[in-house]
Design a protein around this ligand. Structure first.
Ligand SMILES: [Mg+2]
Length: 449
């Protein structure tokens, strides 16, 4: 691949790699970069693999989507990208029949594994589509409970939500409200809807009959609000707006937050009981994401706004005591990516220079093993969402290099985003890879002068 067809770049003098002699590394966003709706744009990865199918450089796929476990996402990517690529240590980073190594996939909730030591044995209420409950349990959250289970155990709490007959969900036996006692932690880990996970999560939930509202409402389906199962006379405003699942989850999350972990308890009673504050985690702050619809769609960030706004209205302006957002542009996935890229580079046997002390990210608290700074000439973060991908990479500091493409959320005007300006702005992922490799070569050349 030659140089990029066109790109805008921030002046080189404003950026310097602490490790110009190190190899480059690549972090790909998925939705809007490699995939849009049902279209796949994988050819760019060819420039990063050798003729015999090895990665030339460390690569991580990092998305604010989720709702599936990392292994399943790796299998999906293997299929979508039509190339069984892996960073398997045995093959030194080659392609194998097993496909993509799950260790190079970071989903919105992957960094939440770090919560497990604290939350493994406390009740955790999980909200979201897809397999979020299985994901939480696979991480080691042994007392995780999904909102559909909690809602089914006390249907009057969410009167506009349909639940399957009691016999259909034996799991409900484990979800009596009494189990949700003090110190419940609410983890709102919704999926923003990666292409395959949104369709698979919709089918998963509809086959379980949980609520009937898991599928993201397309313009057509939300306009088609007639539903013979709507309770009571007249239109059901919740179902007409296509808010079934979000309504249920917002209601239950706020019940648990304001009830000090007991959804049926009043805030006053919770205060008398001296219940510790319930912690609230969101796996993804994206307000918008891109699918095949011409304009960006609401993501989990919209749901978070809804929950926090409702909480504020109900409590006279209060914000939950403890709210944490994971997902880009927050730092957790970037620190995790650095660790995974470094581990991959070591498995690949790449020569790594010693990174200078203090070259690492500005925030030392969660720098972990990479406190000395990842030994890469650049970590090219290729994304379509300025508020997530670009802002996050810019905040992560050197050697991160933000690369913005125009195949997703960002559509202009102009070649770059005014608010969150990428270091490199190009048309698509193929140009992004070309520009990144060009940037690496020129940066190395300048550093040797
Ligand atoms: Mg994206």
């Amino acid at each position: 691949m030659g140089a990029a067809r066109s790109y805008a770049s921030v002046p080189a003098g404003s950026w310097s790699s602490p490790c110009p002699s190190g190899p480059p590394a690549f972090v790909f966003d998925i939705d809007g970069v490699l995939i849009r709706g049902k279209r796949v744009l994988p050819e760019a990865l060819d420039a990063l693999t050798t003729p015999d199918g090895r990665w030339r450089y460390p690569v991580v796929f990092m998305t604010n989507g989720g709702g599936v476990c990392e292994a399943r996402k790796a299998a999906q990517l293997t299929e979508w990208l039509r190339a069984p690529v892996t960073a398997d240590q045995a093959s030194g980073g080659g392609r194998t029949a097993q496909g993509l190594d799950p260790r190079v996939v970071i989903l919105s909730h992957t960094p939440m594994r770090d919560l497990v030591p604290e939350l493994a044995d406390v009740p955790v209420l999980v909200s979201g589509r897809g397999d979020v409950l299985q994901v939480a349990r696979s991480y080691g959250l042994r007392r995780a409970l999904h909102t559909r289970e909690l809602g089914a155990a006390m249907p009057a709490a969410t009167p506009f939500t349909k639940y399957p007959p009691a016999a259909a969900e034996k799991e409900n036996a484990r979800s009596q409200p009494g189990r949700t006692t003090t110190n419940t932690t609410v983890a709102a880990a919704a999926d923003t809807g990666a292409p395959a996970s949104s369709s698979s999560s919709a089918s998963t939930s509809s086959s379980s009959g949980a609520g009937g509202g898991e599928a993201r409402g397309s313009p057509a389906s939300s306009a088609n609000g007639a539903d013979s199962s709507a309770p009571g006379p007249g239109p059901d405003p919740v179902r007409d707006l296509g808010l079934g699942t979000e309504y249920r989850d917002a209601q239950l999350i706020i019940d648990v937050l304001t009830g000090g972990g007991v959804p049926a308890r009043s805030p006053a009673a919770a205060a008398v009981a001296g219940s510790p504050p319930v912690k609230l985690y969101f796996s993804n702050p994206d307000l918008l994401w891109a699918n095949e619809f011409p304009r960006p769609r609401f993501g989990q960030g919209a749901f978070a706004h809804m929950v926090l706004s409702l909480h504020s209205r109900l409590t006279g302006g209060g914000r939950p005591h403890h709210v944490t957002f994971f997902g880009k542009p927050n730092p957790q996935p970037y620190r995790l990516a650095e660790r995974l890229l470094l581990a991959q580079a070591l498995r690949m046997g790449l020569p790594l220079p010693e990174a200078p002390t203090g070259a690492g990210p500005a925030s030392g608290a969660d720098s972990g093993p990479t406190a000395r700074g990842p030994p890469f000439s650049g970590i090219y973060a290729i994304g379509d969402n300025p508020a997530a991908d670009v802002r996050g990479a810019n905040a992560a500091g050197a050697p991160w290099v933000s690369v913005l493409v125009r195949t997703g959320v960002f559509q202009g005007p102009g070649p770059n985003c005014d608010v969150d300006a990428a270091r490199i702005a190009v048309d698509d992922v193929a140009d992004a890879v070309g520009a990144a490799l060009h940037h690496t070569r020129s940066h190395r050349w300048h550093s040797m002068r």
